[in-house]
Design a protein around this ligand. Structure first.
Ligand code: ZN
Length: 445
């Protein structure tokens, strides 16, 4: 029996796989050709995806960095892990609940050496996301090129028989959109017609440095800059994958490429992210390449909270109880699991954020193509959308009682589980951190 098993293509090799999670901060899924964009913003990722599983409908768990990244690194929803920020007189950060086991801790238990290289100051605080990492390094606003160079340096120091988990958090696609001089295909005319209104320009100028003019530019100028930033990241990604191939690492590494949230370009009258749960802020890529795992597209909704339990299950490790994401593979095998197509995914925004990071408390759930959203500050009500018929969410309709119940049940369930795990810690933000975050466009009262 064992001889037969070892010959099966979907068996994993005996040496544990290395694991990489590459997170591109602020990358909305529909700006990638893989998800239907008409410009070739990411040729290397497109080619990488041909040998990978592409999740077509992955949601972030929130529409801004801190709670969402914490979900990637704990495999659970924000109400459960507890990480969020509070604006006001004394801005502070709530930390990962002590009883929530992080992905890095679980990987450490499994014998991995854990490295995180992060280009985003939000993750510099005392939030507990670093729990379980052997090397956790904030690299300011480092570019993908700088992050990858540092990652190569560190990986080369690890002994060959030591399995490694590497987390890379890229900021290239976040405002102010690092410029890359590249010609992309012409833009869809629906973007080029539109000039920013003065009030929109006033708000966006805080985020997009380097545009000195007081005359509001065309919306296309910003979308161009964003698209070119994706292209610039992708060029470095191509070099990274090539290096993994040349050093023999590609065939022994499971790689997940994803994002913490998207970016809005006035799709619903707003700029940036962290202020709504519309698709442009919530729909993110998830591309999973595992040696031996057959390429596929997965349409059933998934969440970035699924990534950690998926990887632990792939490795045949036990998934901690607090990881409420769904494993997308079978235990110890490079094979997709049968995930219930009626499975729901959940996202939330906490009102404490203030500023760009959420004026209203909101929750959203998706089951198949139906989305339901609840806003319960400034406006109390439920909206629902049919994402198959209306992917841009133009037609909001009142939610049916079944959808209201679905969303309320999920929200209550995660909140109860979270509260049952005890209070998260709370740490005041230092002036230094606030100053650094202002340089990314965040406001503090
Ligand atoms: Zn982010």
């Amino acid at each position: 029996v064992s001889a037969w098993l070892t010959l099966r293509a979907d068996r994993l090799p005996s040496r544990p796989l290395d694991v990489q999670i590459l997170l591109i901060d602020t990358l909305r899924a529909d700006r990638l050709p893989i998800y239907g964009y008409g410009r070739s913003t990411a040729p290397n990722l497109t080619s990488f995806a041909k040998s990978a599983v592409v999740f077509d409908n992955t949601w972030a768990t929130a529409s801004w960095t801190l709670p969402s990244t914490a979900s990637v690194l704990t495999g659970t929803y924000p109400s459960v892990h507890g990480v969020r920020a509070k604006n006001g007189d004394k801005p502070s950060v709530f930390t990962v609940r002590q009883r929530v086991e992080t992905f890095a801790e679980a990987m450490h238990q499994a014998g991995y050496y854990n490295i995180a290289l992060i280009a985003n100051f939000w993750l510099a605080g005392e939030h507990g996301i670093d729990r379980g990492f052997d090397h956790y390094q904030i690299m300011g606003k480092a570019t993908a090129e700088e992050l990858n160079a540092r990652a190569r340096e560190l990986l080369e120091k690890v002994p060959a028989d030591q399995p490694v988990f590497l987390y890379l958090h890229y900021l290239d696609v976040h405002a102010p959109y690092h410029g890359y001089d590249v010609e992309l295909e012409p833009m869809d005319p629906k973007f080029t017609e539109r000039r920013l209104a003065p009030y929109e320009w006033g708000r966006s100028k805080q985020l997009i440095k380097g545009f000195k003019s007081d005359t509001p530019p065309m919306l296309s100028v910003f979308i161009d800059a964003y698209d070119k930033a994706i292209y610039g990241w992708d060029r470095q990604f191509g070099a990274w994958v090539q290096w993994l191939g040349e050093t023999g690492r590609l065939d022994r590494t499971a790689i997940a490429v994803t994002a913490d949230h998207g970016e809005e370009f006035l799709d619903h009258g707003r700029w940036a992210h962290g202020n709504s749960l519309y698709q442009e802020q919530l729909w993110v890529p998830w591309i999973l390449r595992v040696p031996g795992l057959q390429p596929a597209r997965v349409e059933t909704p998934s969440s970035i909270a699924d990534i950690a339990p998926t990887i632990l299950t792939l490795l045949g490790e036990e998934v901690p109880e607090t990881m409420l994401g769904v494993a997308q593979v079978r235990s110890g095998m490079a094979r997709l699991a049968e995930v219930d197509p009626d499975r729901s995914v959940f996202a939330e925004l906490n009102a404490d954020g203030g500023g760009n990071w959420g004026n209203s408390e909101m929750q959203a759930a998706r089951r198949r193509d139906t989305k339901v959203v609840r806003r319960n500050r400034n406006y109390d009500g439920y909206q629902s959308f049919d994402l198959a018929a209306d992917p841009n969410e133009r037609l909001d309709t009142p939610a049916s009682p079944e959808l209201v119940e679905l969303l309320d049940d999920l929200a209550a369930k995660y909140q109860d589980i979270g509260e049952g795990l005890g209070r998260p810690g709370n740490v005041e933000m230092s002036d230094d951190l606030k100053e650094r975050l202002r340089s990314l466009g965040y406001d503090f009262e």
